[in-house]
Design a binder for this molecule. Structure first.
Ligand SMILES: O=C(O)CCC(=O)C(=O)O
Length: 327
């Protein structure tokens, strides 16, 4: 029997805030690159694109297991207590969580037994470039559709597989698309103008923690607001967008837009994402991007020191791999 160990998921409007705003859905076939660039990419406006995977997707756990088999992936074990804790006490966040290397079949077993749900074990942001998924019909359809919008990639396609996981509130310094392949995800979004009201970790924290803690993560839980500790959160909540992303849909998330992403239900939920270059004017004027770069720059002395220590240790390869994996 699985317990409600992960943060409770509610799409209802919390009693303390105004109703969520909505994000429009547009069939990708109807968008020309000019239209996409003018309406969404240049101003940095999120949009849900439908029909992105063509009819070629059914990424069930059995289908993924058959294709990925013994291929190794890095998993993050968050543990069931994490979302009960005050985020200010977290020793690590996101890619800063120490990775565990497992074959896909081992992870599939964790998903089937409920361990992945109960212990919140997440296969996060793993490149599919050297896997058979890269050659699949669904990925070809995605590439054709997204290339046609004129976006310029700054990453490969990444795989995200889990059960009940909540990827907590953060933003990325590049534009991104989150593409839903199996199951559904609830996404909460806040515009970059709400950054101060979402209490991000300060960028200088990287001096002390390197890349384990990240300035682009928020210290608040939007669904369980602590207005005493974070009074300005009230303002952010009145400027909140909410949606459920369904298979075959892609959410375009412009750089600096805060997002909290929760896999719905207890079954396996799978997505792909990819990051894209930001339009030059928005890149230059975005404070959220600059503070992320400042944070990364502050992390450099700590990272260099950790690398030096890793070089001197016996299991240096493992340690260096774990440090580099945080980027
Ligand atoms: O799907 C997730 O868990 C997180 C995805 C995400 O943060 C992104 O696509 O930028």
């Amino acid at each position: 029997m699985r317990t409600e160990s992960n943060q409770s998921i509610s799409s209802a409007t919390p009693a303390h805030s105004a109703p969520s705003r909505l994000i429009a859905r547009v069939a990708i076939e109807t968008l020309t690159p000019e239209l996409f660039t003018r309406r969404y990419q240049i101003p940095g406006v999120p949009i849900i694109l439908t029909g992105v995977t063509g009819s070629q997707q059914d990424w069930t756990l059995d289908a993924l297991s058959a294709l990925l088999n013994q291929q190794k992936f890095l998993l993050r074990r968050y543990g069931k207590e994490r979302y009960q804790q005050d985020k200010r006490t977290w020793p690590d966040i996101g890619s800063g969580v120490p990775p565990e290397s497992r074959s896909f079949l081992e992870y599939a077993e964790m998903l089937r037994s409920g361990e992945a749900y109960e212990q919140d074990v997440y296969l996060a942001k793993c490149s599919i470039a050297s896997t058979p998924l890269a050659e699949s019909e669904a990925v070809k359809a995605i590439a054709t559709h997204l290339d046609a919008l004129g976006l310029q990639p700054v990453s490969t396609l990444n795989l995200w597989v889990g059960s009940g996981h909540m990827e907590c509130l953060h933003y990325d310094p590049t534009d991104g698309t989150l593409i839903q392949m199996h199951g559904s995800k609830r996404v909460l979004l806040f515009p970059p103008s709400q950054t101060a009201n979402l209490y991000p970790f300060p960028f200088y924290l990287h001096l002390r923690h390197g890349m384990r803690v990240r300035a682009w993560f928020s210290r608040v839980y939007p669904d369980r607001p602590d207005f005493e500790a974070f009074p300005r959160l009230r303002q952010a909540l009145s400027d909140r967008y909410e949606l459920v992303l369904e298979p075959g849909e892609a959410l375009y998330i412009p750089a600096g837009w805060w997002h909290e992403v929760t896999a719905l239900g207890e079954g396996m939920v799978c997505s792909l994402n990819r990051f894209w270059r930001v339009s030059p004017r928005r890149a230059l004027l975005s404070w959220t991007r600059w503070r992320a770069f400042l944070g990364s720059a502050c992390a450099l002395p700590h990272v260099a020191w950790s690398l030096a220590l890793a070089m001197l240790s016996r299991d240096r390869q493992q340690k260096i791999k774990a440090i580099l994996q945080m980027f």
